[in-house]
Design a protein around this ligand. Structure first.
Ligand SMILES: *[C@@H]1O[C@H](CO)[C@@H](O)[C@H](O)[C@H]1NC(C)=O
Ligand SMILES: *[C@@H]1O[C@H](CO)[C@@H](O)[C@H](O)[C@H]1NC(C)=O
Ligand SMILES: *[C@@H]1O[C@H](CO)[C@@H](O)[C@H](O)[C@H]1NC(C)=O
Ligand SMILES: *[C@@H]1O[C@H](CO)[C@@H](O)[C@H](O)[C@H]1NC(C)=O
Ligand SMILES: *[C@@H]1O[C@H](CO)[C@@H](O)[C@H](O)[C@H]1NC(C)=O
Ligand SMILES: CC(=O)N[C@H]1CO[C@H](CO)[C@@H](O)[C@@H]1O
Ligand SMILES: [Ca+2]
Length: 550
């Protein structure tokens, strides 16, 4: 009995002695950490060669028996044996679902237990939003991030005086940052950076302190128009948190369009563009509003007496508008006609967005209703003028004039307009060209022309100008590199690659290239065009049917 036990013990010892030296040292709980898509190598060391070695994914998914992978995932798994004692499990293209605990068994004996984890870039689960805070308010900002290894959150601060890249470490580590907000006008940004061994993410949280509006600067500029009106630009800047909304009102000196408060709302935004009569004083009010208050600033525009004129016109031409109903505001000469004025003459019209300006109406030609914007018949007015003059107009509505590109734009953008060009040659023969569609774009687009639908006996020469920008001797917008058509042809026009028309050129010049020109009319090298008129009229019945406008 004793011998048997001794024998058994010695057997155990002998067996132990035989096995233990062949087992290398290893950590039975090594974690394997890889990024998604990489290869995971799970180690198992089993010395005895007659063992049945199994890999099991906890809780009970059998993956392999000896060299044989039985898992449904066997396409991505393989048993690798770099040494006779190693039974490593290789998992290719590791996925989220592969993570967990794996045990390697020699028979029933657990030889190793390995946790497979995915390394993950930090991402934010939840962070504070931008805050508008009260003065001196204490706040807690947070940034919760996930990732593996667990990201460390560090906080940075940026004050408005610093450049966007210039941040200061607050020394705070952890997902919560407590701050005390400052006074009005402070506008800080806090940046949390969640970082681990494989990367980092940052999030900027703006903290602004509530404040009422403060108007910083206001200014105006004035451009005199032809006649008695001016284009007025007014602008104001205001600060406040939240950002104030700016509104413009016209002071009570104006008689029309009054709101309940006696102020006429003109527009919103930090820039206002309008027209005023230069014979009136005007008070404009800029109002900045946010939830914490209102600030206002007045801008006074002082009337300029007619003698202080900086345009060519001397004195005001007489108005023909006694025929208009009281307080009527016609938008063009077609409207003047509709309101009962059927005599050609000078009227004040009020195109949308303007406070009115004078125009010449032709109520006789082809049914009337024409707003005349160019007229030449004796050469008394010099038409070889610069951009600024063409923009606001020059000459005299009673004789020769250019109404002004800005006014042409303001009128023609009110709807669908047609154009009529009347020409008379030296022999007294009258010619005309009409276009069903006429429109001129704004100053930013350099008063680009659009015409379509010719009719008449003068020839369709203006179609070549459609799509061109306006050029003057000091603004070459003709899109032709080699030439400055305005200076070569001595005019101001929608010049482009061809020149079939040139109605603002020199009057009765002896040089053919420099004189008023419409191809095919007075085009024999001797005579010339002696009378020109350009006029537009709204299609009142067919308004908004034409859809081909640019
Ligand atoms: C983020 O952390 C804060 C502070 O510990 C906690 O109140 C909040 O519930 C967390 N949010 C998420 C989505 O984990
Ligand atoms: C905020 O703190 C400043 C400085 O201590 C103080 O002058 C101001 O009155 C405080 N404002 C409010 C609303 O408490
Ligand atoms: C976040 O912090 C880490 C560690 O300081 C840094 O390496 C990393 O560039 C930071 N990330 C960003 C986006 O600033
Ligand atoms: C005021 O506003 C105008 C128009 O937006 C802008 O061009 C200008 O820089 C602003 N001025 C100030 C001082 O903010
Ligand atoms: C045009 O010029 C010619 C030659 O200088 C002159 O005879 C003629 O009268 C002028 N015509 C007009 C309408 O000015
Ligand atoms: C610069 C230019 O091309 N000018 C031409 C404009 O058209 C007239 C009439 O056809 C020509 O004589 C000019 O040479
Ligand atoms: Ca050119």
């Amino acid at each position: 009995m004793t011998a048997l036990i001794a024998c058994a013990i010695s057997f155990v010892i002998a067996r132990g002695l035989a096995v233990i030296p062949t087992l290398p040292e290893y950590d039975r709980n090594v974690n394997v950490e890889v990024q998604k898509g990489e290869v995971a190598r799970l180690k198992c060391l089993v010395a005895s060669s007659d063992a049945t070695v199994k890999w099991i994914k906890e809780p009970n998914l059998l993956i392999s028996i000896n060299m044989h992978v039985v898992s449904p995932l066997k396409r991505r798994m393989v048993i690798q044996k770099p040494l006779a004692s190693e039974w490593n499990l290789l998992i290719n293209h590791v996925r989220e679902s592969d993570t967990g605990y794996y045990t390697c068994r020699n028979g029933d004996l657990v030889v190793s237990r390995v946790q497979l984890r995915l390394l993950e870039l930090p991402t934010f689960l939840d962070t504070s939003e931008d805050v508008i805070a009260d003065e001196n308010e204490s706040l807690r900002l947070w940034c919760n991030a996930t990732g593996y290894p667990t990201p460390i959150v560090t906080w940075y601060e940026r004050t408005p005086s610093q450049s966007p890249d210039d941040v200061v470490n607050t020394g705070v580590v952890g997902r919560m940052l407590a701050i005390q907000t400052g006074s009005h006008g402070s506008d800080d940004a806090y940046i949390c950076n969640a970082s681990n061994s494989i990367g980092s993410v940052t999030k900027e949280i703006r903290v602004r302190v509530k404040s009422g509006p403060v108007i910083q600067t206001c200014d105006s500029s004035q451009v005199m128009l032809h006649g008695d009106n001016a284009i007025l630009k007014l602008w104001c800047n205001a600060t406040g948190t939240p950002s104030p909304i700016l509104r413009w009102y016209l002071g009570a000196s104006y008689q029309y369009g009054k709101s309940q408060q006696g102020l006429h709302l003109l527009g919103e935004g930090n820039l206002l563009q309008t027209t005023v009569s230069r014979y009136d004083d005007a008070v404009f009010v800029c109002e900045a509003t946010n939830i914490h208050g209102v600030a206002t600033r007045e801008i006074r525009i002082t009337a300029k007496p007619p003698s202080d004129s900086n345009n060519i016109q001397s004195g005001m031409p007489p108005l023909s508008q006694d025929c208009l109903p009281m307080n009527s505001r016609p938008t063009d000469c077609q409207d003047v006609k509709r309101l009962g004025c059927t005599t050609s003459g000078i009227y004040i019209i009020y195109p949308a967005g303007t406070d009115g300006f004078r125009v010449r109406c032709d109520q006789d030609t082809s049914g009337g209703g024409w707003t005349v914007f160019q007229r030449r018949f004796d050469g008394d007015v010099d038409f070889y003028q610069k951009w600024a003059s063409y923009q606001v107009g020059f000459g005299d509505l009673e004789s020769e004039f250019w109404l002004g590109n800005q006014q042409i734009y303001m009128i023609s953008s009110q709807g669908w307009y047609e154009l009529r060009v009347d020409l008379t040659d030296a022999k007294g023969h009258a010619w005309f060209a009409t276009y069903n569609v006429f429109r001129v774009s704004d100053a930013e687009k350099k008063y680009r022309l659009f015409v379509d639908g010719y009719n008449g006996n003068a020839g369709n020469n203006f179609k070549f100008n459609s799509g061109n920008m306006f050029s003057t001797v000091d603004q070459d917008n003709d899109n032709v590199q080699a030439t400055d058509f305005s200076s070569v042809l001595k005019g101001a026009w929608w010049y482009g690659e061809t020149n079939e028309s040139n109605l603002n050129a020199r009057y009765n010049s002896s040089l053919r290239t420099e004189r008023i020109f419409w191809k095919g009319i007075a085009d024999d090298g001797q005579s010339s065009v002696v009378l020109t008129e350009m006029k537009m009229r709204k299609w009142v019945d067919k308004r908004n049917i034409y859809t081909g406008f640019p």
